[in-house]
Design a protein around this ligand. Sequence first.
Ligand code: NI
Length: 134
Amino acid sequence: MISLKIHHIGYLVKKMKKAAEGFERLGYTASSDVIHDDNRKIHILFMEKDGYRIELVSPSDEQSVVAGLLKKYKNSPYHICYETPDFDADFDSLSKKGFTAIDVPAPAPAFQGRRVVFLMSPALGMIELLESNP
Ligand code: NI
């Protein structure tokens, strides 16, 4: 598991524009455009500060994969994403060590088609696994 590197912290927000303005006030700068993921029905915006990267995620409609989470958790951080050059091996290994996949690995528009998968751990909650750039 030494190949895992933290890529970003996923942050649920109800209103993307207002949230981005709030983070700008704290000194963050946007490092992407607002990206629409039509499969997951979410808007995504990456912002950075002090070498940390956050991913603002807001629902684009009521069918969004995060609509339920947002109701439950409100505006809050909700996952840490780990990047790996050994995506298949690490996915397999985590799956055998108490992390349960809650979707199937799929190319993500926010990552130029690199594969991502979300996993749940009873001890940690949700994590995201992201395939490294080739
Ligand atoms: Ni993420």
